[in-house]
Ligand binder design. Sequence first.
Ligand SMILES: NC(=O)c1ccc[n+]([C@@H]2O[C@H](COP(=O)([O-])OP(=O)(O)OC[C@H]3O[C@@H](n4cnc5c(N)ncnc54)[C@H](O)[C@@H]3O)[C@@H](O)[C@H]2O)c1
Length: 429
Amino acid sequence: MVTGAVFADLGNDVIGVDIDQNRVDTLNSGGCPIHEPRLPELLKHNLREGRLTFTTSIPEAVLKSEIIFVCVGTPPVEDGGTNLSQVEAAATGIARALNSYKIIVNKSTVPVGTGDFVREVIEKNGVASTDFDVVCNPEFLREGQAVRDTLQPDRIVIGSASEKAAKIVQLLYQALNAPCIITDTQSAELIKYASNAFLATKISFINAVANLCEKTQADIREVAKGVGADSRIGPAFLGAGLGYGGSCFPKDIDALLQASRKLGAEISILEAVRAENDNRVPRFVQRIIDRLGATSRLPLEGKTIGVLGLSFKPDTDDMREAKSIEICHALREAGAELRVYDPIATENARRIIGDEGIEYCQSPYVAAKGASGIVIVTEWRDFIQLNLNRLKTEMVEPIIFDGRNIYSPEQVTDAGFEYFSIGKTPAKP
Ligand SMILES: NC(=O)c1ccc[n+]([C@@H]2O[C@H](COP(=O)([O-])OP(=O)(O)OC[C@H]3O[C@@H](n4cnc5c(N)ncnc54)[C@H](O)[C@@H]3O)[C@@H](O)[C@H]2O)c1
């Protein structure tokens, strides 16, 4: 949707195809099926201008197009590998409709070698190798700022065995004036996985250092500031917290680990990255239990806890691999009643987390009613601006467990709260 809307905005004719009729109907009627800043306006504008349409018909789109982007899901399978069935189905559909030379661009995140797989699928369906080229053009956008990232990318990566095809795809991006890396297909495929794996490594590394800070008088924010000031390291992705979630990092790290193992060149450091990440929520919940719990089978029985933030990150309603799911389940298992709030993701969250022992609230202050602790799970801007005095008057025990370090300890303790943050010993008023 985002890529299509931006290409249309740059003046191209774009036809979006999805097998989901509801999604196509919503889009054709001017709606936007996900929460993503700036996307609804961009979709509506280009729909009105007639440059953007949506259909469920692959043949209709293929016949009219010169360049075909495959952006389907590539979910994980049990052993950490990648399920390529959506890619295979899309490639088959394209092959059956192909009427002249086309460029097929793989934008989905796929294991190294998938370009060759797509080529094989298309040829198996009777298309001559001279009638198409395959290009790998991985996507680096971040949910919550997807339109901005698409308009101002750090780089555009284009991998292909065909110089001609790579040049045509590069032309499509020309108006963005972004650095362009033209390379072979397999390097392009690996650039995407390696980038995500490196970012995840940074996150797990700083989280592991945060664990050490909690055992000392050091403060992870100060440590990260000092470390990030080194130009060889940089400050991004050094915010300690509850670990990475979402639809990309967990599956991409697993997929790279599994693929490297299969090929006999295991990137074993990723085992440690994953283990640290898997341990973030259990460790955080244990701190809550240690502070609030009784020594019984259900240590939080009789306690009410407010949970702020449900989506996997701010500015999205995406709940895939959101830390809130694991946290809510763990707190419920410990016997707590939950009052939860999210500015956007409530309905999606309810479908995944359920209703049992959980009250979905209309505001952070309502979520705080009768609570013995507030847990910050997602760093929505709204939470940084909370009126802490008002929040405190709603609560039974004024304690904040901040899983994203959105407050400074002084700010919270001055307002009369006990404050547990990541990578620092607890602070008292
Ligand atoms: N979401 C992100 O932030 C992000 C960022 C970078 C890369 N990616 C990658 O992009 C790909 C898509 O991710 P997503 O989050 O948009 O997934 P998604 O599951 O939200 O969307 C995929 C869409 O493809 C449709 N689809 C499935 N099979 C189809 C077919 N044969 N023909 C037409 N449509 C079909 C589905 O109905 C769905 O609407 C994945 O490989 C992902 O790793 C995602």
